[in-house]
Design a protein around this ligand. Sequence first.
Ligand SMILES: [Zn+2]
Ligand SMILES: [Zn+2]
Length: 174
Amino acid sequence: MYYNLAQLLREPTGSTRDYEVDDLFVGPEGGMDRAQGWVRVIRTHEGFIVRAELETQVNLTCSRCLDGFESQSDLIMEEESFPINDPKTDQTTESTEETLGEIHLDDQHILDMAEVVRQYVITAVPIKPLCCEECSGLCPECGANLNREKCKCDTASVDPRWGPLAALLTERRE
Ligand SMILES: [Zn+2]
Ligand SMILES: [Zn+2]
């Protein structure tokens, strides 16, 4: 997801580049996550606009049972930005971070979409991700994952007569 925009920045306003995306990026938990879709870059008077529609598959850890799970979400973005360097003169025309928002070009005019997507995904991920709404979490006594197994600890508030039914429901969910 690295796109060289040096040529585009020399072209007139309205020039575009389209990129198909099926790439990996470093996700919110540091692993490699996947993004698929498209990116369009449009030359503007001062810089460029990046439009993208991506479907991301991100690996997260459930905050309740600590299992890893995959979360899919759609990411639609439109960001405007300005080149760090003027490609005609190679002079730095903008000082960096504050004016650039989410979009960064390095001094080779490379658009690092992996970083942009990462920022978007981090913003979208809940503070306490859950593998599923009804995740049963871990047993506070023995640490067993209650989605997968029934431990023998005496912490269950469930009436034992309901045990078989609860087990049945658990099976159904899987
Ligand atoms: Zn969970
Ligand atoms: Zn237990």
